[in-house]
Write a protein that binds this ligand. Structure first.
Ligand code: COA
Ligand code: AMP
Length: 634
């Protein structure tokens, strides 16, 4: 089939309003919008101004009314508990309406925030949809974060109610969530009025009388709440993501633009049809989980999957294939790291051959750079298209992809292909001038961002402008660097800030440095992301001790590792802190993190002209070598 990509892409930029007005017809509006795009106050773009709708109505109720009541809407597949449950659209409607009623009973109304700290159970999706139903703003926090991170988010979002489960399950271990939540609330200045706790038999929680409520008991007696119309521009959720410091950024998503954009992507980017099964093997705590586990499949009338498990070890590297075969999955979306784990445990693809994958059409990868080896291995094993695509929490949907629904373009390994319709992507130099094709620069998106892009940061318009729009006026700064080739294919190579991607999870090395600096024996430190064969990148800490400290370095290093786990969480995968005599710096005192990363990854290094004392480099090289670093892909 001849690809329609170019024609659709051109129209999306030449007639933005016409393009998105047409896409908006797929959504039910309780009040039609007056204007498609209000770009009078950039970068505060507003889409579908004056329009009113309800995201939950569009994701559930209208499908029930239109004949999908008995179609499965959500499948819960949990190898760690041995459970498979299927919820039809009708069942989902009834559960979500009651959970919304439960929130209403607790005093939650339109605009109030509700924080959700839950593992991959169906109630997590229901809680999100219940908030959307009554116009409350949800903020989901990933379970792998520590109480300190959770408390920071509580203080920023100021939730009226917190919804949690008593535990998560990581492989064979139950991780009690409730004690983490209790600690976080103790630390937070802003206290919720109530907590609703879903008790799980693997680790039931102790309840605090007066504050904590048993989810099931409350849901059982709750009235069903209806869908409350909200403005297209009202917030649907706040999702915190790593910034360059320990303070996370509260990315806001609105209702109208989000629904329109996600619906559009299901057909055009992912090439699936309503009624088909779409599986995003991520976590509801990340943007992929918000967009493609919960909202997009449901808005589109497809079937989504909540998978509680890992690609390997739950129970074996055939889990993904079992799920695809058993639930007739048409498209899977996951991170390359998951495939590296499967490849490590099943290099010959023996588990793949045990299952009937005939209904499976396409594998999508995102979250980190997809290395060509992993893509090629997946292609050989699956004999299906394996398509990399690139996006961020801030955008909510892909910025560059090989749009299956528009006709797939030839794959170039290492590239997520071309800008998705709606995104005018450029690669620029420090003066915001476009660089030549093939040259590396900062990847930016010309304003306005399309519908679904973040309208601001939660109660932080100033931070929004400063972080994303000041450096390159007229553009959104993605903070990714890369290049575009002669054919317009984009290559996303690295971040320009101190964000690293660990197993597809976005983390800030700056935040880790803040934690290490708080250790009483640490004078200064640096955290760098080093290459890792499984997780893509892992953090490595280098610490310099205060003068006069003569405790064993091993002891201090263990304490540093413990501190990061305690303050940020196990998800940081912070396992190494090397004590070194000093750090390499420029004459102006800037730590040469990039140089250290190159040494750790075994890349060729020449001492920068600005280095203060070149003798530090051999010292660092020696220390890294002694710890087993210095080879690519350690
Ligand atoms: N709740 C509590 N703890 C969690 C958690 C959660 N939701 N998620 C992760 N953790 C913990 C893990 O138990 C582990 O703890 P440990 O140090 O005690 O072992 C730590 O955080 C790191 O977890 P993870 O990064 O998942 O590493 P892993 O070694 O357990 O598994 C992979 C490695 C590659 C299998 C796994 O990272 C994976 O499946 N990645 C795909 C991620 C993905 O889909 N990302 C979404 C982007 S689209
Ligand atoms: P997150 O906001 O957690 O989705 O992380 C976004 C970051 O992940 C991006 O800024 C990139 O650095 C990285 N990323 C996501 N997808 C890709 C991809 N396909 N290729 C390269 N990097 C990616």
């Amino acid at each position: 089939m001849q690809s329609r990509y170019q024609e659709v892409y051109d129209r999306s930029l030449n007639d933005r309003e016409g393009f998105w007005a047409e896409a908006a017809k797929a959504i039910d509006w309780s009040r039609p919008f007056d204007r498609v795009l209000d770009n009078s106050r950039p970068p505060f773009t507003r889409w579908f101004v004056g329009g009113e709708m309800n995201t939950c109505h569009n994701a559930i109720d209208r499908h029930v009314a239109a004949g999908r009541a008995d179609q499965v809407a959500l499948i819960y597949d949990s190898p760690v508990t041995g459970t498979i449950q299927r919820f039809t659209y009708r069942e989902l409607q009834s559960r979500v309406a009651r959970i919304a009623g439960m929130l209403t009973t607790l005093g939650v109304t339109k605009g109030d925030r509700v924080l959700i700290y839950m593992p991959m159970v169906p109630e997590a999706a229901m809680a999100m949809l219940a908030c959307a139903r009554i116009g409350a703003v949800h903020s989901v926090v990933f379970g792998g974060f520590a109480p300190k991170e959770l408390s920071t988010r509580i203080d920023d979002a100021k939730p009226k109610v917190i919804m949690a489960a008593s535990c998560g399950i990581e492989g064979a271990r139950a991780i009690p969530y409730k004690p983490l939540l209790d600690q976080a609330i103790d630390m937070a200045r802003s206290k919720p009025n109530a907590c609703v706790v879903l008790q799980r038999p693997q680790a039931p929680a102790e309840m605090l009388a007066g504050r904590d409520h048993d989810w099931r008991a409350l849901e059982a007696v709750a009235p069903e709440a209806g869908c409350v119309p909200v403005k297209a521009t009202d917030p649907l959720y706040v999702l915190y993501t790593s910034g360059t410091t320990g303070i996370p950024k509260g990315v806001v998503r609105d209702n109208g633009g989000h629904a329109v954009a996600l619906y559009w992507t299901m057909k055009n980017v992912y090439g699936v049809e309503p009624g088909e099964v779409f599986w995003a093997a991520s976590d509801v705590g990340w943007v992929v989980g918000h967009s493609y586990i919960v909202y997009a499949p449901l808005l589109y009338g497809a079937t989504g999957i909540m998978f509680e498990g890992k690609p390997v070890g739950t129970p074996d590297p055939g889990t993904y294939w079992r799920i695809i075969a058993e639930h007739k999955v048409a498209a899977l979306f996951t991170a390359p790291t998951a495939f590296r784990a499967i490849k490590r445990d099943d290099p010959k693809g023996e588990f793949i051959r045990k299952y009937d994958l005939s209904k499976f059409r396409t594998l999508f990868l995102a979250g980190e750079r997809a290395d060509p080896d992993t893509i090629q291995w997946a292609e050989q094993m699956l004999r299906k298209p394996v398509l990399d695509h690139w996006w961020q929490t801030e955008t909510g949907w892909p910025m560059a992809a090989n749009c299956v629904g528009l006709g797939t373009l030839p794959v170039k390994y290492g590239s997520p292909t071309k800008p998705v319709p709606g995104y005018e992507i450029q690669v620029v130099d420090e003066h915001a001038k476009e660089v030549k094709r093939g040259e590396t620069g900062a990847i930016v998106v010309k304003l306005p961002l399309p519908p679904g892009g973040f309208p601001t940061l939660w109660q932080n318009d100033e931070g929004f402008v400063k972080s994303y729009f000041e450096e390159f006026p007229g553009f959104y700064k993605t903070a990714d660097a890369g290049y575009m080739d002669e054919d317009g294919y984009l290559y996303v190579m690295s971040r320009t800030d101190d964000i690293i991607n660990v197993a597809g999870h976005r983390l800030s090395t700056g935040a880790m440095e803040e934690v290490l600096s708080s250790h009483p024996d640490v004078a200064e430190c640096a955290v760098i992301g080093v290459a890792d064969q499984l997780k893509g990148q892992v953090p490595l800490g280098l610490v310099v001790l205060k003068a006069g400290v003569n405790r064993p370095p091993g002891e201090i290093s263990t304490e540093c590792i413990g501190l990061v786990r305690e303050r940020i969480g196990p998800v940081a995968s912070f396992k190494t802190a090397l004590v070194v005599p000093r750090l390499p710096k420029t004459r102006s005192g800037k730590t040469l993190r990039g140089t250290m990363r190159k040494i750790a990854d075994g890349e060729a290094v020449t001492a920068p002209a600005t280095i203060d004392d070149p003798a530090v480099l051999p010292e660092i090289t020696e220390a890294l070598k002694a710890a087993g670093y210095g080879e690519k892909g350690r």
